[in-house]
Write a protein that binds this ligand. Structure first.
Ligand SMILES: [Zn+2]
Length: 244
């Protein structure tokens, strides 16, 4: 397993830290993974972020404990400014809700360059979101993705309302609601609070969706070089509870 892992770009042993986005674009255009392996490599901008999925999850959990305890790390822009100007190697990726009260960088007490964050209302999985995460995993070498929902989510509430009453939302909002309908229907079929059920089901739906996202994320997940987990942020306490 270790030998197999060492052959994969993105593993700690062979991470490639690309100097420019232009290199990424050129690499994908000329053959994807094999092309990426020949790109210019450099030292990881933040050496402590060069960790696997299990260690990354541990760091998120510990950071969230500091956050809820009010023991957050003071921001230090100057210490990483020069290193991060030349590249990035976030230790975790987050697919979270756009809700202004749920800021992953704060909730996990992380600094610049630590998290690669995709945010969209209802933390739904979209093609563009998958593409962003593919970049993070394939090019930046990140080995952990967390789908982060939260309690009292307005997007999930809207989807429940749409399913129950059949009402349509204006503008593009209905597109979002449609993406949330499958987990909402699962939540409706379960016993207990519908909103609580649907929020949990939506996180699980997102985790499963990313685990099966072909051809990049699913391959890494199956190979054991990518961990994909779910979490739910509690607005009152700030605590993130792992799901599944
Ligand atoms: Zn939300």
């Amino acid at each position: 397993m270790c030998n197999d892992k060492s052959e994969l770009i993105g593993s700690p042993q062979r991470r490639q830290f690309l100097k420019t986005a232009g290199v990424f674009g050129a690499a994908l255009a000329t053959g994807g993974v094999s092309a990426l392996s020949s790109a210019t490599a450099q030292e990881p901008p933040i050496p402590k972020n060069d960790i696997g999925g299990d260690e990354a999850l541990k760091r998120l959990v510990e950071g969230n404990k500091r956050y809820t305890n009010g023991d957050i790390t003071p921001a230090d822009f100057s210490s990483t400014r020069a290193a991060l100007a030349g590249g990035q190697n976030p230790f975790a990726a987050i697919l979270g809700c756009s809700d202004s009260r749920v800021a992953p960088e704060l909730a996990f007490d992380t600094g610049r360059g630590d998290l690669f964050v995709v945010r969209v209302a209802g933390n739904v999985v979209t093609q563009e979101g998958i593409a962003s995460l593919e970049y993070c995993v394939e090019v930046l070498g990140t080995e952990l993705i967390m789908v982060l929902g939260h309690d009292k989510c307005g997007a999930v509430k809207a989807a429940i309302s749409s399913v129950q009453s059949g009402n349509q939302f204006p503008g593009h909002i209905q597109n979002l609601v449609e993406l949330l309908k499958p987990p909402v229907q699962k939540g409706l079929a379960e016993k207990g609070n519908v909103l609580v059920n649907a929020i949990k089901a939506n996180v699980e739906w997102g985790v499963q969706g990313l685990q099966q996202a072909s051809p990049i994320l699913d391959k890494r997940f199956k190979a054991g070089t990518l961990k994909i987990v779910g979490g739910i942020y509690d607005l009152d306490s700030g605590a993130v509870k792992l799901v599944g």
